[in-house]
Design a protein around this ligand. Structure first.
Ligand code: ZN
Length: 276
């Protein structure tokens, strides 16, 4: 199942368009997309039955599929090649920070560039469907509602300023957490642990890898994070970016006004982000 946020209303996206969940469920679920996570199990059970009629889907109206997570976890240096280009040895623990939830936006968002060096980081984003505390690798996927595409946009000067890096602040300017275009439930993937992931600036490929190259895969991230914090329904985890960021290019390259960034993950689609 593909779930979207169409102009602030939760929809199921089918081949024919978008089914409004509040209308189709007579108000039992939605319309707020975030409210689906209040009882994800009941929602997914309802959603297995035939839904209402689909209306046409205007992709311009798609917002963040998980618009108001209570917690947003983000993982740094989770692909060996990226850790190497960033100049860090792989760590014993996933490098964890937050993108403050006010940075979360959806498809086709126009990000107003702050002063500084704004860089791209395509990432697989995991949405939590069921409270996860001290989960094991083996049952970790049972707690996942779905997967979406994210950009961990990063202003490198703020991020790396000072004696102790400011990852959370440097990655939380308004619009710095594009997600979407929709949320895809794990059962839709042929192999949810091995998805092609990449991003393009216009026609130029900047990043290209597979999620199977993560140092800490999705089950391991849920196990490690939930050993410390309960992961709550509707939380997001940005799972780290592969090699190819702008900051480590020669010469470095950063996002400018009029750039269009296309982020792609196999089985999900393309997330478009614009800048000015
Ligand atoms: Zn990142």
């Amino acid at each position: 199942m593909k779930l979207g946020n169409l102009a602030g209303r939760a929809v199921i996206i089918t081949d024919d368009g978008a089914v409004d969940i509040a209308t189709a469920s007579n108000g039992r679920f939605g319309p707020d997309p975030q409210s689906l996570f209040d009882d994800w199990a009941a929602f997914t059970q309802w959603a297995t039955r035939p839904a209402g009629t689909a209306a046409s889907l205007d992709p311009q109206l798609l917002g963040a599929p998980v618009p108001a997570p209570r917690q947003v976890f983000a993982i740094g240096l989770n692909y060996a090649e990226h850790a190497a280009e960033a100049g860090y040895p792989p760590d014993e623990m996933p490098v964890t920070f937050t993108k403050f939830p006010s940075s979360i936006v959806g498809q086709d968002h126009v990000v107003v560039l702050p002063e500084g060096h704004v860089d791209w980081e395509v990432e697989l984003v995991v949405a939590i469907g069921r409270r996860a505390y001290e989960v094991t690798r083996e049952n970790a996927w049972d707690h996942v509602a779905g997967l979406t595409i994210g950009q961990d946009l990063s202003e490198r000067i703020t991020q790396l300023r000072g004696s102790s890096p400011q990852f959370s602040l440097g990655k939380s300017f308004p619009g710095f957490g594009p997600t979407g275009p929709w949320l895809v439930t794990p059962d839709e993937f042929v192999d949810r642990d091995d998805l092609a992931i990449g991003c393009r600036l216009g026609d130029e490929q900047m990043q290209s890898s597979r999620t199977s190259m993560m140092l800490y895969d999705v089950p391991e991230l849920l196990a490690r994070l939930s050993a410390v914090c309960p992961l709550l329904p509707g939380d997001l985890i940005f799972s780290g970016t592969p090699a190819g960021i702008g900051n480590r290019r020669t010469p470095p390259r950063f996002l400018g006004a009029d750039d269009i960034l296309y982020s792609e993950i196999e089985g999900i689609g393309t997330l478009t982000t614009r800048f000015r």
